[in-house]
Structures are given as C-alpha cells and as structure tokens.
Write a protein that binds this ligand. Structure first.
Ligand code: GLU
Length: 512
C-alpha cells in the first residue's frame, strides 16, 4: 500500500492571512483531498516577538468561511498534537542537542555586541553579505573555538547561548522541487542559522523540520519565499538521519502586483483599492480595518474558484469549478512556474458568474435584507422579480438592491443631465399617448405587451421609438441607464407606470 499523503498549512500568527497564504492553504487542501490524504493545520508561533493577538482567530475564521477544513488542527486535535508550536516547546531542545552530539550543531555564546562587531569587520572588508558561517565561525565564541572546559563552565553557570547549525564548508545541496525541478545550492552560500534561541524557543527552521517529521508530513507545499530556506531544511533532514522520510517540496510561485512588478504586498490593497485579505482585519493597535473579500461582497464559492486559478489551471478552457470539481481536477504538475499577476477584474468576473447562477429565490433574500436595513419592506415575490431583473448587471449581492431599489420607492427626482438632453417635445408626445394607452389596457401587461403598446403610442404620433427611448426610461426609473426597461414596466404594472410617467410629464421642463 502506498503511503498516505499528509500535508500541512503552517501559518505564523504574525498578522492577518494574506491572499497568498489562503491560496497556499487551498492548494494544500486540494492536494490532500485529491490524493485521499490528510490536511493538517499547524500554528507556528515560536517567534514571540512577532506574535499578534487575534491573528490565530483570523486564520481560523478565514478558512472556515472558505470551507477549507483541516483534518487535524489546534481545534481538531488528533494523535500528532499539540498543533501549536508554543505548546510543543519542551520537545525541541532534545533534537537540537542530538545535532550537537552528532557534530552538526554547536553552542554559540556571542553577545549582540560581538555579533555586531563581526558584521562591522566584515562590512569594512567589503564582504557583501556578512554572515555567521563556516568561515566566520572560526573567529567567534562558540563550542567549536572555545576550550571544552570553558564551554562546560559556561553552560553550567547559565551563560546565555544559542545553538547554531554547523553548515559543512563544501557540499552541494540538491533538492528536487515538484514545481521548479532540481535546485542546487553550494553550502558555502548558507549560514549557520540559529536553531535554538537563548530564550529556549526553537527557531522556525528547527521547529518546522522536527514537526513535519513527527507529524508524518509527506509533501511541503508553501510559498516561494521559503525556497531559500529549503537547502537548510534538506541538510537538517540529513543531519537527523531522516532522509528516507523527507517530504517532497513544492514551492508556489509568487502572487504579483496587477502590473507584474513585484510581489503583491499587504499594503497593495489600500493603494490599489481592492482587498488582499480574505476577511476584514481590524488592527487592534491602530484601530484601522483592512478590507476583506468577504465583506466586500465576494461569494465564498466564487472566491475559492478564483483563488484556485491564481497560479493553477486544469489545462482546459472551462473556468467554473465547484470545490469538489477542483479537488478532482487538481494536480501540482499544473501549477505554473512563474508568478501570477493578481487581477481583481477576474475576481469580479467569478463573482458575477456565481451570482447569476443562483436561483432568484436565493437572491431574493439579499434584496429583502438590504431593503429592510433601509426600513423598506419587499415581499418574496417582488424580490424574486427584482432579482431576475438585476442579476445580469450585478457583481456583488449588494448591487441587486441598489439596482432595483427604484422599483420600491416613489420616484421624485430625475437625472438632470439626461432630462436636459432627452426630455423633448417628441418624448412628451409619445409618453402622453402611452399613459392613455396603458391606462385603458386590460390584458396581461408583460414585457412584450409593454413594448408593443409603446410601439403603438410612438406610431400614432409618427415618431421613431428609438429617439425617445431614454426619455421613456427616465420617466419610470429616474435615470438614463438600468435593467431591461420592458421588464421594469412589467414589474411596475400599468397603474404605477402610468403614475410615474404622468409625474414626469407634470414636473420636467421640456427642452426645445
Ligand atoms: N510558518 C511559516 C509561514 O509562516 C511556514 C512556512 C512553511 O510552510 O514551511 O509561512
């Protein structure tokens, strides 16, 4: 039997989850479900300096909104728990010590002043990237340079120390990334990263590798920003003797700004006027709220579909996929190698498609609720008609009410620009005639009859209908654009339509 696929999404609660993070979660989820495996969620909260209150709840709520549910998580623990690294704190030191014992890690006692002095020295010697590495460590205060006795004494007396990985001086590190192919790095380009901090907390690198191993992770699917760390991770697997169960890596290409110039950042949302967060994020420190897709009116299924296509495609023309269909179609091979430009118009397009595919019955509730907020009562039947009328023009649920409100409130103002251009003698003649015609009409007043009667009215005045159409619209809707006018007539009915037209005839000044 082949091994069960186990993947994880491992966010750090250092702020709101950005859309790129949500995409990473989704791809992990799709892959796990496709392979009949498990999707884990692990909170990587070892960096206490960067901890942000509320960030974990935000992650939970965002994923819940999207229906990306984890098989194992802090909220659904299983035998591999706990799922918060802070709660696993006591387990990491033994792994660091194991590496020290095997000669793959060492104690370092350098003070921050000494580290700073090293950096200055190297900078003065024109070293571009001053690092604590296989060369510079020979000049520093660590268990590789100090006499063994002194190291013991320092440890016994509680001298602050960190544990650093001992990167070999000359070694080719290779990894076969599922998206990028072979990546090769020479170990001389790597530094001796800290594995255990002086506060007894592991760094991301150590905790991440140990936990992926203990949790039986088979595939690491994460953002490309982690690619530079991957060679270190490969070395750590080797040092621990865990090569046989080392997960496969897949580094996802970046999400780019709409113009393709660089990574889409958390601040781009404010600058470019669209959300970059799944749901609203209230910054407790500043009191400011960053906009979320959910609150802006993006539908859960539309947003999910949009997100899946940000860097992946099924290789066929079709673009509308339910979550089940995405799972079925998903494969890591079809994730693009280059960055994906973020296109908010595409997000809107998806929203429109999903909105339109909903039944009028479902859409009616958006209209009823929005109307209620303004103290206006709209019946289910009326709301369904309004939904049918406006859904082809709506991008967000809120547009349905905005576009149909005119049907439910008395008309008392008109678009002045349109009136000044279109409210002419011909319009007045046709509309006066139309009021008479529909007032006397006792058949079924639907879009067809409304139109043919209008034709009759225009013809009896010898005026081409096309010339006065905008004025007709103005008289019953107050504006120059809007949903299908004949459907509007049908919803208003003869009486209301006649009343509105008469009001326009009585109040609007006729242009020459
Ligand atoms: N905690 C890391 C992050 O915040 C996880 C990176 C990884 O998946 O290895 O993105």
């Amino acid at each position: 039997m082949s091994q069960e696929v186990r993947v994880r999404f491992a966010p750090s609660p250092t702020g709101p989850l950005h859309i790129g993070g949500v995409r990473t979660a989704l791809y992990n989820y799709l892959f796990a479900k496709k392979m009949g495996g498990k999707f884990l969620l692990r909170i990587e909260d070892t960096d206490q300096a960067r901890f942000v209150a509320g960030a974990e709840d935000y992650i939970k709520e965002s994923l819940a909104w999207l229906g990306i549910s984890a098989d194992e998580s802090p909220w659904k623990p299983a035998e591999n728990g706990p799922y918060r690294q802070s709660e696993r704190k006591s387990s990491y030191m033994q792994y660091a010590l194991d590496l020290v014992e095997k000669g793959h890690a060492y104690y370092a006692f350098d003070t921050s002043e000494e580290l700073e002095a090293m950096r200055e020295r190297l900078t003065a010697a024109r070293v571009v990237q001053p690092q604590y590495n296989s060369i510079t460590r020979t000049q520093m205060k660590n268990s590789l340079t100090l006499p063994e006795e002194e190291v013991k004494e320092r440890l016994a007396s509680g001298d602050p120390y960190v544990i650093r990985v001992k990167i070999p001086r000359k070694e080719e590190v290779r990894l076969n990334d599922m998206i990028r192919g072979w990546v090769m790095v020479h170990s001389s380009a790597l530094d001796d990263k800290v594995l255990m901090k002086s506060d007894g907390m592991p760094t991301y690198h150590l905790a991440n590798i140990v936990d992926d191993h203990l949790m039986g992770i088979t595939h690491v699917i994460r953002g490309e920003e982690w690619l530079p760390s991957a060679p270190l991770h490969v070395l750590l697997y080797k040092f621990f003797g865990w090569e046989d169960t080392m997960p496969q890596f897949a580094h996802l290409p970046l999400l780019l700004k709409p113009n393709g110039n660089g990574k889409l950042s958390k601040r781009d949302g404010d600058k470019l006027g669209f959300p970059v967060f799944p749901i609203n994020w209230k910054n407790k420190a500043t009191g400011e709220t960053a906009a979320g897709f959910r609150e802006q009116g993006y539908l859960q299924d539309a947003f999910l579909n949009f997100l899946a296509f940000l860097g992946w495609n099924p290789g066929i023309e079709r673009e509308i996929f339910t979550l089940e269909e995405l799972i079925d179609a998903f494969s890591i091979e079809r994730i693009g190698k280059s960055g994906t430009k973020f296109d908010i118009e595409k997000a809107k397009w998806y929203n429109e498609q999903y909105l339109r595919s909903k039944s009028n019955q479902e859409l009616a509730s958006y209209i009823i609720n929005d109307a209620e907020k303004e103290g206006i009562e709209v019946s289910q039947i009326e709301a369904e008609k309004a939904a049918e009328l406006t859904k082809g023009r709506a991008t967000f649920p809120g547009d349905l009410w905005r576009e149909s409100k005119f049907l439910f409130v008395p008309l008392n103002s008109f678009d002045e620009d349109i009136a000044a251009k279109k409210w002419n003698g011909d319009a007045v003649k046709v509309l006066s005639q139309y009021v008479k015609v529909i007032s006397n009409f006792d058949g079924e007043f639907n879009a067809e009859t409304a139109k043919s009667l209008l034709g009759v009215a225009a013809e009896s005045e010898g005026i081409k209908l096309g010339k006065v159409m905008q004025a007709v619209r103005l008289s019953v809707t107050g504006s120059g654009t809007g949903p299908d006018l004949m459907e509007v007539f049908a919803i208003l009915g003869t009486q209301e339509a006649a009343k509105r037209i008469q009001f326009a005839l009585d109040t609007l000044p006729v242009i020459a």
